[in-house]
Ligand binder design. Structure first.
Ligand code: PLP
Length: 390
């Protein structure tokens, strides 16, 4: 085996190049990409505008430092604030780091209110990352096992349970924030009741708590609007981004507004690479192409189409529990663990995923076409049926 640390159960395939929603392995086999490297490749592979923008930026300058002003980073912050309704952005290199910034902000906010041991309410089945604080916020015992002591200051409630949140707020005097994913991604494509998000917002307003939305997976157009919280009609105080933001170039962001704005000053947080000229250009171009090519509407339309086609193709199939999601964040829950479907998909030339043991997950590039959608369902539904019939 290689000298790469054995932290992933990797599939036995290596890709050499991609074009649009197709990706080719080193033996020349082509695959339909319905995963986007886990919600990352927003514009698919080798999008000519992104390639041109990154190449040109590489020719000018890759990196300076956050010791200096960075024009591309300022432009990206302006753009993200205009789209999100926020007022300030901190740039990181990943989703976990964006969430670290959010967690630090919430604690800082608490300390300003003389709360010495600030507590953040987090959800069961949540995924917020693998660093110590974000792992502690994550609602997955398997991921945490062996890494104790976890970071303190988190209280967990069932996802979508407003009463549980209210109870904790009433009985625990140190609560400073509620942190959630509008659509839980790794947890199995779970959405709460539509009223839940608004009720959390109202509770946070009434109690001066910060509402933190982890948009690392559901943000950047995947649901059919720029951010998942816009689908459910709330404006959080903090929203975190990464995955699809740079369309494959590593960049994360912590967006703040409302009560969370203006908290951090020089010295409170930082990152060497965060928002450097290269990654900021990639994100700016990603946003520009999403706008120019109407990819928000496309995500909504193609997502609906995929769910409708799967519902038809799998109608009456025993073992299919639910077909759900929003836009291009789609899950098919089966009544049993189905991890082996990933390998079967690969053998059939399909990049699909399984999360939470029994949920087949699709996160296609936002450029997915109707023809791609039909092909995906025509080729995947028989694999699911075969698997369930065995
Ligand atoms: C992937 C993910 C993260 C972690 O992002 P990394 O870039 O892997 O650190 C955090 N939150 C959510 C919702 C995610 O899907």
């Amino acid at each position: 085996m290689s000298h790469v640390m054995n932290t992933y159960a990797r599939l036995p395939v290596t890709f050499s190049h991609g074009q649009g929603c197709r990706i080719t392995d080193i033996e020349g086999r082509e695959y339909l990409d319905a995963l986007s490297g886990i919600a990352v490749s927003t514009l698919g592979h080798a999008h000519p505008k992104l390639v041109a923008a990154i190449s040109a930026q590489a020719g000018r300058m890759l990196h300076t430092s956050n010791l200096y002003r960075i024009r591309e980073q300022e432009q990206l912050a302006d753009k993200l604030c205009a789209l999100s309704g926020m007022s300030e952005v901190f740039f990181s290199n990943s989703g976990a780091e964006a969430n670290e910034a959010a967690i630090k902000l919430a604690r800082f906010y608490g300390h300003k209110k003389q709360i010495e041991l600030p507590t953040i309410i987090v959800m069961e089945k949540a995924f917020h990352g693998r660093t110590m604080a974000t792992l502690s916020a994550t609602g997955n015992r398997k991921a945490q096992a062996g890494f104790e002591p976890l970071v303190s200051g988190f209280v967990r409630v069932p996802y979508g349970d407003l009463e549980a949140i209210s109870y904790v707020v009433e009985h625990h005097h140190n609560v400073v924030a509620v942190m959630l994913e509008v659509i839980q991604g790794e947890g199995g494509i779970h959405l709460a009741d539509p009223d839940f998000y608004q009720e959390v917002r109202e509770l946070c307003d009434a109690r001066s708590l910060l509402m933190i939305c982890d948009e690392v997976q559901c943000g950047m157009g995947r649901t059919g609007s720029w951010f998942g919280y816009q689908q459910v009609g709330v404006q959080p105080d903090i929203a975190t981004l990464a995955k699809g933001l740079g369309s494959g170039v590593p960049i994360g962001a912590c967006l703040v507004g409302g009560k969370a704005a203006g908290l951090f000053g020089p010295g409170n947080h930082g990152s060497t690479f965060g928002g450097n000229p290269l990654v900021s250009t990639a994100a700016l171009t990603t946003i520009e192409v999403i706008e120019q090519e109407g990819l928000l509407a496309n995500a909504a339309h193609i997502g609906d189409l995929i769910r409708k086609l799967f519902a038809e193709a799998l109608a009456g199939t025993r073992g299919v529990v639910d077909i759900r999601g929003h836009g291009l964040m789609i899950g098919i829950e089966l009544d049993r663990p189905c991890g082996e479907l990933v390998g079967r998909g690969l053998a059939a030339g399909l990049l699909i995923n399984v999360t939470a043991d029994s949920v087949v997950r699709f996160l296609p590039p936002l450029i997915f076409s109707e023809a791609d959608a039909r092909e995906l369902v025509e080729r995947t539904a028989p694999l699911i049926k075969e698997f369930l019939a065995a």
